[in-house]
Ligand binder design. Sequence first.
Ligand SMILES: [Zn+2]
Length: 145
Amino acid sequence: MTDGPIPVVDKCEEWDGPVPEPTGLTAEFWSETANGRFLVQQCPNCDHQQFYPRIVCTNCGREEPDWTDTSGDGEIYSFTICYTAREEAFQKLTPYVVAIVELEDGPQLTALVPADPDEITIGTPVEMRLWQVDDDAALPVFYPV
Ligand SMILES: [Zn+2]
């Protein structure tokens, strides 16, 4: 279990991959990542949690779901090992793991797992770090616990 803010790791100097461009609903989400918070939406009507941010609850259709914090803890739901990369920034990382992580809070997201591929299997417990890649956004990545 992670208590308090999710650790934010400064990667501004070394990161040359894509950087999020916060717009609309995602602006609040991204600004909080830089503060060590990873928000998902929680419906006040049916308690359903969802990620990424949307204007309606995907379970019951209620508009404007609330935001809630996640602990960042979860487990590997599925993953792939990438041996080639189309983006130059990722070529130096190969082979690298991209996983679908199921957060203990419920929602799933796809993220980089910067770990030895041999350490990863379905069900591996992981915890989130936030890689600060520019002033406005920090990317969620997951490490095996
Ligand atoms: Zn709902």
